[in-house]
Ligand binder design. Structure first.
Ligand SMILES: Cc1ncc(COP(=O)(O)O)c(C=O)c1O
Length: 433
C-alpha cells in the first residue's frame, strides 16, 4: 500500500478551502480500489455504493479503461478545442449513434456545470425573446458555476448572489411531500401543468428553456411518476420552451433501461441532453448533445481549453463499449431491483424509513422521525453514513433537508454486493436507536 502522510484532516484544514466539506466526522482518505471495493490509508476496505458521487461507472481499476488511458496519455494528452483529434471525433460519433434520433451533435467540456451552461447558452441563443428567461425545478441542482447556481432550486445550494439569468421555478414532482398537497395518480400530474402558471406569471411569457434532472439526485433522488415529462413537455410546447434534460447522474444506463433515462424511462425526447460524471468512468468530462439545427444557432466563438481532451474522450469511448459488451445497463436494472426490494422489506420494520424510491442503480432512502409524522430526520441520515462506514460500506446523502440517503454504486455492483449492502444497512438502521 502507498504511504500517506498522517493527520490529513489537519492538512486539509491548513491548505484547502473550508468550503470543501467532506463526509464523516473524521474525513476518509482513499488510496486505491478494485472492482466495487475501495481502500483507505489505514488499509480498511469498503464496499462503494456511491461511486465517487455517482461517477465511477466501471468501479475501480478497470483494465480496459486503464490500458486505453495509458496508451492515449503516451500519444497525446492535450490540444484544446481549437484542433480536432481522433478520440474526440470518435466519441462524438459514438454518442450520436446512441443518442435519441436526430441528436447528432455534441460539445465537450469538463464537467456537468459546464455542460449545463452550454445547454442554456444554446437555448437562449435560439430563443425568439431576448430576455432569455429560464425555468428550473424546485429542488434542482445543476452545478456550482455562478450561472448554474442560479438554476438551483435548493436554498443551501443558492448560497451566493445569483443575479443572472432570470430563473423561475416549477414545483418538483416530489410525490412523498407533494408541493400541491395532492396524491398521485388522482392529482393528474398537476405539478407539471402548474408550469403554465409559472410561465405566465413569473417569466416574459416565452422562457428559452426549462432544465430538469430526470431524477433529482442532489435534491434527494426525487423520482417523477411515469407520465411526468410527457405532461411537462405538452404544457411547455405552446410557449416554444425547449426542454433540457440534465442527465449528469441519470445518463449512460444508470436507470437500467436505456442510455438516457428521460428517453428510456419516461418516453420523452428532450431538445438538449447534458451529461458528465459517469461518462468517462471518473475522468473529467462534460457533454452537451442536441440536434444540428439547434447546435448551429449557437455561432460562438466558443472554446474550452480541456474540452474533448483526448485522454478523457478515450476513457469515455471505452466506458461506453464496456457498458454495452458486459450488458451493464441490464445489470443496473437487475441489481437495482434487488436493492430496492431489500430496502422496501427493511422499511416495513423500521419506521424511520419514510420512502424508498428511484430507478435502476439510482436509489434514495428518505429518513424521517417516524413514518406517520414524516418529520425530517437529517441527524439520522448523518448517523447512517457513520454507521455504514463502521460496517465498511460507503453511501451518499442529499435532499433539501439533508435527510435522504443516496445509493448510486458502480454499474458492476453484483448480487453479493447487494446482499452485503443490505446486511450492513439493516444493522446500521438497528444501531440508530
Ligand atoms: C444533476 C447534476 N447536474 C450537474 C452537476 C454538476 O456537475 P459538476 O460537479 O461536474 O460540475 C451535478 C453534480 O453533482 C449534478 O448532480
Amino acid at each position: 500500500m502507498k504511504m500517506i502522510q498522517k493527520n490529513n484532516a489537519q492538512r486539509a484544514k491548513d491548505h484547502l478551502f473550508a468550503a470543501q466539506q467532506t463526509y464523516y466526522e473524521q474525513p476518509l482518505t482513499l488510496v486505491d480500489g478494485e472492482g466495487t471495493r475501495i481502500r483507505d490509508d489505514e488499509g480498511n476496505e469498503y464496499l462503494d455504493a456511491f461511486a465517487g458521487i455517482c461517477t465511477n461507472t466501471l468501479g475501480y481499476g478497470d483494465t480496459e479503461v486503464a490500458r486505453a488511458v495509458a496508451a492515449q496519455a503516451k500519444e497525446l494528452i492535450h490540444v484544446s478545442t481549437l484542433y480536432l483529434t481522433e478520440p474526440m471525433l470518435d466519441l462524438a460519433e459514438r454518442v450520436a449513434d446512441i443518442a435519441p434520433q436526430g441528436m447528432t451533435k455534441s460539445f465537450f467540456s469538463n464537467s456537468g456545470s459546464e455542460a449545463n451552461e452550454v445547454a442554456t447558452l444554446i437555448a437562449r441563443t435560439s430563443s425568439s425573446k431576448k430576455s432569455g428567461d429560464l425555468l428550473s425545478l424546485d429542488h434542482a441542482y445543476h452545478g456550482r458555476t455562478a450561472y448554474t447556481v442560479a438554476l438551483a432550486g435548493q436554498s443551501q445550494w443558492r448560497n451566493f448572489a445569483t443575479q443572472m439569468p432570470h430563473v423561475a421555478f416549477v414545483p418538483n414532482p416530489y410525490c412523498y411531500r407533494c408541493p400541491l398537497s395532492m396524491t398521485y395518480p388522482s392529482c393528474d400530474i398537476a405539478c407539471a401543468k402548474y408550469a403554465k402558471r409559472v410561465v405566465e406569471s413569473q417569466t416574459d411569457g416565452a422562457p428559452a428553456a426549462m432544465i430538469a434532472e430526470t431524477i433529482s439526485g442532489v435534491g434527494g433522488i426525487i423520482t417523477p411518476p411515469p407520465e411526468y415529462f410527457r405532461v411537462l413537455k405538452e404544457t411547455l410546447a405552446p410557449y416554444g420552451t425547449l426542454l433540457i434534460a440534465d442527465e449528469v447522474q441519470a445518463g449512460w444506463g444508470r436507470l437500467g433501461d436505456g442510455w438516457f433515462g428521460m428517453v428510456s424511462s419516461y418516453g420523452v425526447v428532450p431538445d438538449i441532453i447534458t451529461s458528465a460524471k459517469g461518462l468517462a468512468s471518473g475522468f473529467p468530462i462534460g457533454i452537451t448533445i442536441t440536434r444540428p439545427e439547434l447546435a448551429d444557432t449557437f455561432k460562438g466563438p466558443h472554446i474550452n481549453t480541456f474540452g474533448g481532451n483526448p485522454v478523457a474522450s478515450r476513457a469515455a469511448r471505452v466506458t461506453l463499449d464496456v457498458i454495452e459488451k458486459r450488458s451493464l445497463i441490464d445489470n443496473c436494472r437487475i441489481q437495482g431491483d434487488a436493492l430496492m426490494a431489500g430496502l422496501r422489506d427493511l422499511a416495513m420494520t423500521h419506521s424511520v424509513v419514510g420512502e424508498v424510491r428511484g430507478k435502476g442503480l439510482m436509489i434514495g432512502v428518505e429518513l424521517v422521525q417516524d413514518r406517520g409524522s414524516k418529520r425530517i430526520a437529517p441527524d439520522l441520515a448523518t448517523s447512517m453514513l457513520e454507521e455504514m462506514r463502521k460496517r465498511k460500506v460507503l453511501i451518499g446523502k442529499g435532499g433539501r433537508y439533508g435527510n435522504v440517503l443516496r445509493i448510486q454504486p458502480p454499474y458492476i455492483f453484483g448480487a453479493e454486493d447487494v446482499n452485503e449492502f443490505l446486511e450492513a444497512f439493516e444493522e446500521s438502521l438497528a444501531a440508530l436507536r
